[in-house]
Write a protein that binds this ligand. Structure first.
Ligand SMILES: Nc1ncnc2c1ncn2[C@@H]1O[C@H](COP(=O)(O)OP(=O)(O)OP(=O)(O)O)[C@@H](O)[C@H]1O
Ligand SMILES: [Mg+2]
Length: 502
């Protein structure tokens, strides 16, 4: 028999007030070996509807009033005991004075389990550790997931734990995870047979995937003279390289020379008498092209970057990932923000193109993990940010091609609204910044106000999960990650005594 807590005393729209009969019932902490269960803000309780189904209520507020203890709840959804199925929301209300009861473990298990979707759980329900909270992997990885929270709240461990659990419990599923590791944390988080680690210098995303307007963006060519000059030079290089080697992978280091030739050919020459010739001197044209040339030189002088975007010495990284039988690919992206931006632009475009042209029968799924996404998906710095363009496209259209994004950030308000609003599911760790909280509240569907309030007070490894992939919004203790990513909270070392004579 369910533990009766009290009766319904008031019903207003989506709010239902419960008068608690005996407070010891609500606070009676039931011992289950060492595990405790109790009713608190955020936990779920239930009442019967006239048709026999259970109306599930989420506790928002508990207060001691003149009439005794009053619990304010919001309607979470309906659990159909016969079908063993939970659905959000209700059109039916309970009767006044109807009994309200604690939900027992078996009912909670039914609410939070996801049937027929392989073995995929994210953690345990915070108010009952016997209850596993499941998710639908087709939605969690097939659409987009946001993982947000303050620094140290557990985002990286959450991403790692979800991937570890899924690949270990579902070894036959055809899914690959590409992790953009901007802090060098992920290499230690997977066993060697699960994961391939690719150092930055081993990445290969050839620049020739770009079209000419995209070269214009890359080299920040202005409209007037820079872009037309660049366009002509690149066309020449493509043509020449194709005729000489039958290869369209032209060498980027030949671009400055080609530009110099272009300047010579277009400058006014004292030796030529043609009036039709351009009226500008070499110095003038060089001056107009200067800023673009500096940008090109900057890229060509960065040997590390050049190796990634201009080498043809080994196969492209996506090809390598496609051929590998590993499930997880950690791409080391610990480089300057400019290099990161350029490589991400090429990476996102390659993924977009590869998937757009993919064989329809080939069902393999790709999950792209964008760690610390605010660093490169920040729409406020449009001029320098190349990465945004294709990621917006991937966020909007990727799902159709079997690409899901996992976007992790400690400052969600710095991300593009369009990208965050495409997240069908969200895992929210502790967030204290008011701007981020408001941003998330506006973009996402968070079912209850209490959940929103709880966001600022969550412990490490605890998170609110909500959205399409989860059977119900819930406060969850995320499964342990094992092995852990290399993301331990830093400890300040002891100060070493200064040696004599130093
Ligand atoms: N699921 C988990 N399993 C095991 N340990 C965890 C888990 N979640 C959090 N922790 C602990 O919390 C610490 C911080 O977590 P994590 O590095 O994931 O935070 P973060 O939100 O990614 O921080 P940052 O924004 O600084 O990258 C970890 O080093 C680990 O000790
Ligand atoms: Mg992290």
């Amino acid at each position: 028999m369910a533990q009766i807590l009290g009766i319904i005393s008031k019903i207003t729209g989506s709010r239902i007030l419960v008068k608690i009969g005996d407070v010891t019932e609500m606070n009676s902490v039931r011992m289950n070996s060492f595990l405790l269960r109790y009713v608190s803000v955020g936990s779920l309780i239930g009442t019967k509807l006239v048709d026999g189904r259970t109306l599930v209520l989420s506790v928002e507020e508990i207060l001691d009033s003149d009439q005794g203890i009053i619990v304010t709840t919001s309607i979470s959804g309906i659990y159909d005991d016969a079908l063993r199925k939970f659905t959000f929301g209700t059109n039916t209300y309970p009767l006044i004075n109807e009994k309200v009861f604690a939900l027992d473990t078996s009912l909670l298990k039914s609410i939070f389990s996801v049937k027929d979707q392989g073995r995929s759980t994210i953690g345990t329900y915070a108010y009952d550790p016997n209850v596993q909270v499941g998710y639908n992997p087709n939605i969690l990885f097939g659409k987009h997931l946001g993982v947000f929270g303050n620094t140290g709240s557990g985002k990286t461990c959450t991403v790692v734990s979800i991937i570890q659990q899924y690949i270990r419990n579902n070894p036959n599923k055809d899914i690959k995870y590409i992790i953009l590791d901007v802090n060098g944390e992920y290499q230690s988080a997977f066993e060697t047979d699960e994961c391939e680690y690719i150092a930055f210098s081993d990445l290969r995303f050839h620049h020739t995937i770009l079209d000419i307007p995209e070269y214009g963006k890359l080299f920040r060519a202005s409209e007037g003279i820079q872009y037309p000059a660049l366009r002509e030079c690149i066309r020449n290089l493509i043509e020449n390289s194709f005729f000489s080697t039958n290869d369209e992978m032209w060498d980027l280091t030949r671009l400055p020379n080609e530009i110099d030739n272009w300047i010579q050919n277009h400058a006014y020459s004292k030796n030529k008498n043609s009036n039709d010739k351009d009226q500008f001197s070499i110095n003038q044209i060089s001056g107009y092209l200067r800023s673009m040339q500096l940008r090109i030189d900057g890229i060509l002088n960065d040997e590390e970057l050049l190796k990634v975007i201009n080498s043809t010495d080994s196969e492209g990284t996506l090809e390598r990932i496609k051929k590998s039988n590993k499930k997880v690919f950690v791409l080391n992206m610990q480089v300057s923000s400019d290099s990161l931006d350029i490589v991400l632009y090429l990476l996102f475009k390659s993924i977009y193109q590869a998937k757009e042209h993919r064989d329809k029968k080939h069902r393999s799924h790709l999950s792209l993990i964008l760690e610390e996404a605010h660093r490169y998906l920040n729409p406020d710095v449009k001029d320098t940010k190349l990465g945004n363009y294709y990621i917006d496209k991937l966020a909007r259209e990727g799902r159709k091609f079997g690409i899901g994004l996992i976007i992790s950030s400690q400052v969600p308000s710095m991300l593009s609204y369009d990208v965050v609003s495409q997240c069908n599911s969200v895992i929210m760790h502790k967030i204290t910044n008011k701007r981020d909280m408001e941003f998330l509240r506006n973009v996402l569907r968070i079912s209850s106000e209490s959940m929103y309030q709880q966001m600022s007070a969550l412990e490490k490894q605890y998170a609110l999960v909500c959205g399409e992939a989860f059977p119900s919004d819930a406060l969850v203790k995320i499964n342990n990650a094992s092995p852990l990513p290399d993301s331990n909270d830093p400890e300040i070392g002891d100060i070493q005594p200064i040696a004599d004579g130093m």
